[in-house]
Write a protein that binds this ligand. Structure first.
Ligand SMILES: Nc1ncnc2c1ncn2[C@@H]1O[C@H](COP(=O)(O)OP(=O)(O)OP(=O)(O)O)[C@@H](O)[C@H]1O
Length: 282
């Protein structure tokens, strides 16, 4: 699916270079979860699951099953250098799964993902260690993004200043509020300019001042011809930061276009009246 030629979102943005940064082609992600136990005589015939211990079936014993969750269904799109792409949709619609797959953290069950360059995934679950201080996490996170120790040292003050957490940087992250932790994650993830920055909800906990600074940072990253993906339930954050939006519904990409057009349709949709999806879209 092609990106819009002229961004018409809630913000002005640099004209994107038309070089693909991410190509997603007929992507399916199916999670297989081992565990759901059932003291049934048969798990065969269950659409969602299949028994892995079929030999036990029929003995009236509890059996382990593999549940399948088809989280992303036949999703295709191309994102370009310099674009900032929001991913919206209701809970469980597949946004985070799509983001993680594009970041290369989840192997496609079917289809393909091509990414030009190195991704940095910044999410609420970013791997920072809560028992360690913010300082230690800056070093670990910075090096995980490809910076040398000396480069992290050089940028340390800037990262702390950007996060706004002050001296708390020397305290264990377990003592941080969720907003402080999110701000530090964002500051670490943007310390090196990644080719593709992926943000999963992390900005929603920031205050207005931090959102302004993070918006400027996102612009800076995009101007360096990187691509930003943002998963968010906050339509205002998406309006502020994105010029294009992908709308996920039940694992499918049902709309892809300029921010304002897609968000207006999303906000006007009544899921109680149209639970299968908005009429006329998809
Ligand atoms: N690790 C996992 N194992 C099994 N199923 C999963 C896993 N992660 C997500 N799912 C399932 O995949 C589907 C899509 O989840 P996903 O987290 O991608 O949705 P989302 O749109 O990001 O949701 P939310 O807005 O609530 O964060 C859901 O049905 C969810 O239960």
């Amino acid at each position: 699916m092609a990106a819009p030629d002229t961004p018409a979102g809630g913000r002005t943005s640099p004209v994107p270079e038309r070089r693909p940064a991410a190509i997603v082609s007929h992507l399916d992600i199916i999670y297989r979860v081992v565990g759901g136990k059932r003291s049934n005589t048969s798990a065969i015939g269950d659409d969602e699951g299949e028994s892995i211990f079929r030999n036990l079936i029929g003995r009236g014993k509890t059996v382990a099953t593999v549940q399948s969750v088809h989280a992303v269904k036949d999703v295709s799109f191309v994102a370009y250098h310099g674009e900032s792409v929001g991913i919206i949709g209701r809970n469980g619609s597949g946004k985070s799964t799509l983001l993680r797959a594009v970041a290369g953290l989840l192997p496609p069950t079917n289809g393909e993902v091509f990414l030009a360059g190195t991704p940095a995934l910044l999410g609420v679950n970013a791997v920072l260690m809560s028992a360690l201080s913010g300082e230690r996490n800056i070093y670990i996170g910075g090096q995980a993004l490809g910076l040398t120790k000396a480069q992290v040292k050089e940028r340390f003050e800037e990262i702390v200043a950007f996060s706004g957490i002050g001296d708390a940087v020397y305290r264990p992250m377990s003592t941080y509020s969720s907003g402080m932790a999110a701000r530090l994650r964002f500051a670490i993830s943007t310390a090196a300019v990644p080719d593709v920055l992926m943000i999963d909800e992390a900005l929603s906990t920031g205050d207005a001042e931090f959102r302004k600074r993070s918006g400027e940072k996102v612009d800076e990253i995009r101007e360096k011809a990187s691509t930003v993906f943002l998963v968010s339930h906050s339509n205002s954050t998406v309006r502020d930061l994105c010029d294009r939006v992908l709308w996920m519904h039940h694992g499918r990409l049902i709309a892809d276009g300029p921010t304002e057009a897609i968000l207006t349709a999303y906000e006007g949709w009544d899921p109680k009246k149209h639970p299968a999806g908005p009429p006329g879209i998809g």
